[in-house]
Design a protein around this ligand. Sequence first.
Ligand SMILES: Cc1ncc(COP(=O)(O)O)c(C=O)c1O
Length: 430
Amino acid sequence: MSNESLSKRDLARIWHPCSQMNEYLFGRLPLIPIKKGEGVWLYDHDGNRYLDAISSWWVNLFGHGEPRIAEAIAKQARELEHCVFAGYTHEQAIRLAENITRIAPKGLDRVFFADNGSSAIEVALKMAFHYFANRGEDRPLIISLANSYHGETLGALAAGDVALYKKIYSPLLIQTLQAKSPALCDESEAIDDMRRLFERQGGKICAAIVEPLVQCAGDMAMYGADYLKALRLLCDEFGVLLIADEIAVGFGRTGTMFACEQADISPDLMALSKGLTGGFLPLSLVLTSDEIYEAFRLDDYGEKTFLHSHSYSGNPIACAAANATLDIFANRDILGENDKKARRIAARLSKIAKRDRVAGVRQKGMIAAFDIAGVQYSRDLTIRLTREAIKRGVLLRPLGKTVYVMPPYAIEANEIDFLFNAIEDILDLL
Ligand SMILES: Cc1ncc(COP(=O)(O)O)c(C=O)c1O
């Protein structure tokens, strides 16, 4: 099968995520059928290869086809593919809950399973609201940051603030409030704004939700750990729960296992997904404290109970992939190896930073970004950047005029150079 025949068959039937289908149908962007993945590379059906500079939407950790995860999945699939997770349990979920609570910020000792990032956010938001309801407090308000992104289901979308994804659905969304983003203004100004909202809304706020350190879908906007420290204190002062959405930044992306570690804080709830399974299978978790868990044990099977479920909650195969992922972290100094790689990325970035067409160079660990400057932004620019990257064997998905890289940790020094040489070539065209 060739690329052409497969993409034709695809376009006859499939509706792709986060895509204006016309761009493929009228050939403005190619739709590339992938046959195989290995390390940082994806191979198409015509034999071309692409360096996956975005870890396939930030899920892949150790490279495509990582054999230890593949084997764990195959073994588990032969033994127990799935079983209902209410009234029944299994070893993979138990091991995962033990493993993850061991490495999570302290106090997060309870694990609730869901099956994708947005669903974990729904769980966290519902838990926060319900926790107060169980204590007799009506706190329907959720506060998030301007420019934040928490997923596409209606609750997650309501908590987010990227107009492109959210605005049209406004009539369907629960009311939330956004405080200034520390990534887009002075951090002390941002915390003052959060304080103002807390003061004005009195006891109506159940939770503040943030993406620690990097607002990934918000053009990779970055901020410092001090803001998180100050936010933790503020939440404590006002009795508001702090939700850390580490779905994109967890598992070492920002240099530490979890971004919250850099601020030395523990959130009340933490959502994890994406890299949790090394990028192999959908799975998500919400970690929380025993105190929150206990507030749901106050009655019999009724309103005070958390009656949230997904059919595939705690899927054994996905849990096996997650356990294999955590075993790799336990057996290798991944963060130490990444530190060296991040330095090489930093060196290449600093070269790029000198260019006229480049502004806002930023990096946290294995996430690096810059903005295209001095050209009028239009969708055409994003398409052009994407196409030029493809021509050079690189899978990039610029966010508007923000170009970023978040590669699999398998990336080698020569592959970092390959990636940045391609980016420099593309910048030469602008
Ligand atoms: C910070 C953050 N939260 C939530 C989500 C939603 O995860 P999912 O796409 O698995 O629903 C994403 C996805 O990009 C994300 O970056």
